[in-house]
Design a binder for this molecule. Structure first.
Ligand SMILES: NC(=O)c1ccc[n+]([C@@H]2O[C@H](COP(=O)([O-])OP(=O)(O)OC[C@H]3O[C@@H](n4cnc5c(N)ncnc54)[C@H](OP(=O)(O)O)[C@@H]3O)[C@@H](O)[C@H]2O)c1
Length: 285
């Protein structure tokens, strides 16, 4: 139970996943990509009212101020909300990664984030190892409770393992039924890196797949709930975006049913290795 915007609101019952440094992350959160800066405070507050307690933002989204305002206005305690932000592509390098988080913290009105991610590896710049050393310092200084990466490929993770000390707590990757990322998820599991799924419903694309629509009928659930439940049963962390309070509530309501093993496999079989976003090796150079 907590107070949001003066109202007593119960957080949704969401399981947590224990990251490799012991920090607990709610497995279900709210993503704010493409929410216009001017709408972000109101939309994030609606998400809190719908029971969300984990927000995924980024310097690139230019809406950290709105997230910070919503947290302040909500009345929720700092330890009731899990906040992730991500380093922008122009901030690679040890010192700039550190100062970029300090600027984020000012915009978020926080003294620490729960998770700080390198948004893209940008191998053409070849600065992600130095950047990670800045992240290690922020972790040691308590400015981030956990540090991780996004859009990293095995070769980037291997290099961090060889040249730095801290194993990333998460890798946030594009992941939805048409892009199953089977090998990368297996790699994460072997190394104790949690998988976070971005665009978990394929920005809406997954919802019109015949098989998903058929399963929605079978379980008397929406197509979005079927896809989000599939992620949850695979152990991934998800944070679908919606600007619509009704869909926010629908999306997080996936803890009262279970897909059978056969139906999990049927969704696994929709994999076409089809990305919506750019290839991680090419973006941001
Ligand atoms: N690390 C990265 O590089 C990266 C890249 C992309 C995204 N992300 C993160 O992942 C989060 C989620 O990804 P995303 O925003 O790209 O895509 P998404 O969550 O897969 O899909 C969002 C889209 O689906 C619609 N939608 C949401 N719930 C729905 C429902 N129940 N029924 C029908 N339509 C629904 C939304 O429209 P309405 O708003 O109208 O409901 C919106 O157009 C982002 O917000 C961001 O935090 C990270």
């Amino acid at each position: 139970m907590g107070t949001v915007n003066g109202m007593t609101v119960e957080g949704a019952t969401v399981p947590t996943i224990t990251l490799n440094n012991g920090v607990e992350i709610p497995q279900f959160g709210f993503g704010v990509f493409q929410i216009p800066p001017a709408d972000t405070a109101k939309t994030t507050l609606s998400a809190f009212e719908a029971g969300y307690r984990h927000i995924d933002t980024a310097q690139m989204y230019q809406n950290e101020e709105g997230v910070g305002q919503a947290i302040a206005d909500s009345g929720l305690g700092r330890d009731e909300v899990f906040v992730t932000t991500k380093l922008n592509n122009d901030g690679h390098g040890t010192e700039s990664a550190v100062s970029a988080l300090e600027a984020s913290l000012r915009r978020l009105r926080l003294d620490h984030v729960d998770l700080y991610l390198i948004h893209w590896p940008i191998p053409a710049k070849d600065l992600y190892v130095q950047t990670w050393k800045g992240f290690e310092r922020l972790l040691a200084d308590g400015k981030a409770r956990a540090i991780g990466v996004s859009n990293f490929q095995p070769e980037h993770l291997d290099r961090l393992a060889r040249e730095t000390k801290v194993v990333p707590a998460v890798n946030q990757i594009e992941l939805h039924p048409r892009l199953g990322q089977v090998e990368l998820r297996k790699y994460h599991e072997q190394r104790g890196i949690a998988t976070e799924a971005w665009s978990p419903i394929g920005q809406g694309d997954s919802l019109t797949e015949d098989r998903i629509v058929e399963l929605a009928g079978k379980y008397d659930r929406s197509p979005a709930q079927i896809v989000l439940r599939w992620h949850i049963q695979h152990g991934s962390i998800v944070f679908p975006k919606s600007s619509n309070p009704e869909r926010m509530r629908e999306n997080i309501d996936v803890f009262g049913f279970e897909l059978t093993d056969d139906d999990m496999t049927a969704i696994d079989n929709l994999n076409q290795e089809k990305r919506r976003g750019p290839h991680p090796n090419l973006f941001g150079a």
